[in-house]
Design a protein around this ligand. Structure first.
Ligand SMILES: C[S@@+](CC[C@H](N)C(=O)[O-])C[C@H]1O[C@@H](n2cnc3c(N)ncnc32)[C@H](O)[C@@H]1O
Length: 281
């Protein structure tokens, strides 16, 4: 059984042929065990080779360059390789029972945001759209003691959860919570003369106001600073011309505008629901 399975795999995938040949010299019981092993690993390999874990662009001009496509198994593997601090895990688990929990950034995204903040050596940060605080806590945790994060959120109930976790994590003193409309908070900061003084900003709020947040944040962030925009791939809908609801159109237009905007260098990254990292030039 095992050997016929292995043979089928090997016939389908010639690259395993050499491995099968080595088993013919083994004593029989070992050979069967080894063949079973080969059969299993060949099946796994075959699964991978036949899975949709790699894709090529549908546009011929990019040739046959293969890139990775996240499958559930691969995403689980990726998550297994995220170093999620215990306090973030607890917040994520508590939030998972709440309405809107799908809005939270993923652990791999939060880890990337924290790393960008660390690479920048950021001291002054802004978040637009805090919810229960997962991404803002990830940032606050890596800020130096002298660092500050302005956290803008209109939902008072969600903010209560966020503040409880900032306190538990010992970073409450680093977070300046602004309860209310984010655009109002950003305009006030500009009026207060805080322009060009921030190192890092993360936008993860109402999609239809992305352009306004971006313009305000461009005034607040210094040259060389970074603005990260979440949900730029919008569950893949941005790439489907048949989807034209207000949010999708708004994100699509925003992406097109950023593409042509020479005030920033950009990198669109397919992590979570897609982010664009913009560096102010
Ligand atoms: C996608 S969630 C943020 C998730 C958060 N970054 C996290 O990782 O947990 C978007 C949040 O933006 C808030 N929001 C939406 N429009 C807003 C506005 N105009 N001003 C302030 N907050 C807003 C919502 O209340 C919601 O909590």
């Amino acid at each position: 059984m095992a050997s016929s399975l292995a043979c089928r795999c090997v016939n389908s995938f010639p690259q395993f042929r050499n491995r099968l040949f080595t088993t013919t010299s083994l004593p029989k019981p070992n050979a069967v065990v080894f063949l079973k092993h080969i059969a299993c690993s060949s099946i796994a390999a075959a699964e991978t080779l036949t899975s949709d874990a790699v894709v090529v662009s549908g546009d011929g001009k990019y040739g046959r360059k293969e890139i990775i496509s996240i499958t559930p198994r691969l995403y689980d593997y990726l998550l297994d390789n995220v170093r999620e601090p215990q306090i973030l895990r607890e917040l994520r688990e508590e939030t998972s029972t709440m309405r809107g929990s799908q809005m939270q950034v993923s652990p791999d995204q939060a880890q990337l945001l924290a790393m960008l903040v660390q690479i920048l050596g950021a001291e002054k940060c802004i978040e637009v759209g805090v919810y229960t605080g997962y991404s803002s806590l990830a940032v606050a945790l890596v800020l130096p003691e002298s660092g500050r994060l302005v956290a803008c959120e209109r939902d008072g109930k969600a903010l209560e959860v966020a503040k409880r976790y900032y306190e538990q994590a010992g970073v409450l003193h680093k977070v300046d919570v602004r309860h209310g409309l984010a655009a109002d908070a950003l305009k006030l900061m500009i009026q207060n003369g805080e322009g060009c003084s921030y190192d890092f900003a993360f936008v993860d709020a109402d999609k239809r106001n992305y352009q306004e947040y971006f313009e305000l944040l461009l005034q607040l962030v210094r040259v060389g600073g970074i603005i990260v925009i979440d949900n730029v791939l919008w569950h893949g809908k941005v790439a489907n011309p048949l989807v034209n609801d207000a949010k999708t159109v708004s994100i699509r237009n925003f992406n097109q505008g950023i593409m042509e905007d020479e005030r920033v260098s950009i990198s669109m990254v397919p992590i979570g629901d897609g982010i664009t990292i913009c560096r102010k030039n």
